[in-house]
Design a protein around this ligand. Sequence first.
Ligand SMILES: [Zn+2]
Length: 317
Amino acid sequence: MKLVKQALLALLAAGTLGLAAPVARAQEQELDQTSILAVDLQPQPYPPFVAVKVADDLWEIPGSGSNSNVMVLVTDEGLVLVDVKYEYQYDDLVKIIREKISTKPIKYVIDTHYHADHSGANVRFRQAGITVISSTPGRADILAKKQPGAPAGMVPANVTFTGEMRLYVGGKEVRINHYGPGHTNSDVVVYFPQDRVICVGDLVHIGDLARGGQYPLIDYNGGGGLNGWIQRLDTITADFKIDKVMSGHGTLGTEADLIAYRDILERVRRDVRAYLADGTKTQGDLRAHLNKGELHWPDPGLAVLRGLHGLYLEFKP
Ligand SMILES: [Zn+2]
């Protein structure tokens, strides 16, 4: 929440957001393309990383600040990482892995999606000769610089896939699935069958981000969409037996948390669809409604602003 406020203050200071009442449609479209997240993407101080044991062979390095949660699978052959935070955090990330988890070689990095808080450190892992895996759209989106304000020099995965791929490392299996657009068009989920643990990236927020009233950030510019997002979560619960869920940010959870977040998204969809149903509403109306609708989300909020235009187009009759 603090980050959201900081970002908004910075935007207000920069004059990006007008305080005047109704925003013209042209401005709204421009706002949607504006680098609203860029404020968070610049290097910021962050608390020291810690390592939290999730299962005998799995460790989480929780996000501290805006950077992503990271999962580390330990095998006799080496390590598999899911998400890698920002480039400038690479040294601290590797240090905590070496000190608290394992000194075995890092074999693979998997990006849950193309956003820099998850894949920014790809560049350093690639320089170290480590294979980085993402969905095929995940690579394309980094090359196309789809994320407004992303750091210069972002490097994509060097192995990509669509549908499903499986890794077999040190006698362990890792399932990686790309089901289609959700939070972005590049989201993958990573499942560790031996532990029934799944990493879902930003398809789910657990903890304060979900409960504290932050609107879901639907990255329409990066090919995301709300209908697809809900479908993705339905597919995940149907396809996997899940004991623990690591979301992209926030605390470790269970399948019940995933389903609860899916239900939040469903409430957003129902609310937005009903509000736009008579065909008379503008984007400005929708923005105001998101504050007054069923879920009472704060306005302006970063996620509301960034996804507003896409949300309007997705549900306008
Ligand atoms: Zn994201």
